[in-house]
Ligand binder design. Structure first.
Ligand code: NAI
Length: 293
């Protein structure tokens, strides 16, 4: 564990919040996880349990460690229940208004010494920090999806982030057995600045009829040696998250090369958000994913 951090609070129990809870609990941290939806909170903890059980069945985790890990994760039905944590990680929907509202509700209750981190994929850390009562103890800790499997974490300082905050975050990430890279605070940081325009371009290729979903994903898997095709990856990230990141890039860098593909906009408007919604560029409701175009 990292220095003075013993208890971690997580706000947002979606794909990322659950994954962050998983790795923190196995690294020995006490975890309190909160979501605005009690159903989602319950589902997230069940998913973590299922994922740890899969690690046990693959011989990657001892059953005793699974039991110990799960016992460290507690649901927090109210955000106020996170008051005593040493580190709070916001992992809610990629929407600046949502994140600002969370900080406004969380900060008055949060231990004044606690570090506040955001898992945002793209939004300015400096701008988010400025809406809180602790810009000097605010930092971007950007995990990758799925958190238990992906080795990288990006650390992003805001302009006001103090060295001691950065050092605590660095030790925390290292204690999770992750490798970190440091990114300056520019729209979408490093990974998504490069990845999302590629995914957006793949959606344009589909939109313009250059190739089918299957052709595009096969082309990039076998032709560029990517482990997953870009449309499959977009579904995996969540199409709402992909669109939000493209909008942050487009607004923040004011370059038309980041214009979100209209087909991506349409899918999000339809509620076809990818794997988490059961449908995106693939339909996940059957036994195997089926391409939809
Ligand atoms: P998700 O859509 O799976 O989960 C978001 C969760 O936030 C939902 O459970 C929702 O109920 C909850 N939420 C929304 N408003 C809330 C509020 N006011 N209070 C409490 N909970 C609230 O999204 P996902 O994929 O987990 O993404 C979460 C964050 O992590 C976003 O900022 C995203 O950009 C970032 N991220 C996502 C990655 C991905 O591949 N999906 C990778 C790395 C970062």
């Amino acid at each position: 564990m990292a220095g003075s951090i013993k208890t971690v609070g997580i706000i947002g129990a979606g794909q990322m919040g659950g994954g962050i809870a998983h790795v923190c609990a196995l690294a020995g941290y006490d975890v309190l996880i909160h979501d605005q939806s009690a159903d989602q909170l319950e589902k997230a903890i069940a998913t973590v349990n299922g994922n740890m059980a899969r690690q046990v069945s693959h011989g990657k985790l001892d059953e005793a460690d699974r039991v110990k890990g799960m016992s460290r994760i507690r649901p927090a039905l109210r955000m106020e229940d996170l008051a005593g944590v040493d580190l709070a990680i916001e992992a809610a929907t990629e929407d600046e208004t949502v994140k600002r509202k969370i900080f406004a509700q969380l900060c008055p209750n949060l231990n004044p010494e606690a570090i506040l981190a955001t898992n945002t994929s793209s939004i300015s850390i400096t701008r988010l920090a400025a809406t809180t009562d602790r810009p000097e103890r605010f930092i971007g800790i950007h995990f990758m999806n799925p958190v238990p499997m992906m080795k990288l974490v990006e650390l992003i300082r805001g302009i006001a982030t103090e060295n001691v905050t950065f050092e605590s975050a660095r030790q925390f990430v290292t204690s999770l057995d992750k490798t970190l890279t440091v990114s300056e605070d520019f729209p979408a940081f490093i990974v998504n600045r490069i990845l999302l325009p590629m995914i957006n371009e793949a959606i344009y290729v589909l939109y313009e009829g250059v190739g089918s979903v299957e052709a595009i994903d096969t082309a990039m898997k076998l032709g560029a040696n990517h482990p997953m095709g870009p449309l499959q990856l977009a579904d995996f990230i969540g199409l709402d998250t992909c669109l939000s990141i493209m909008q942050v890039l487009h607004d923040g860098l004011a370059d038309s090369k980041y214009r979100p593909c209209p087909l991506l906009v349409k899918y999000v408007e339809a509620g076809w958000l990818g794997r988490k919604a059961g449908r995106g560029f693939y339909d996940y409701r059957g036994e195997n994913p089926v391409p939809t175009r």
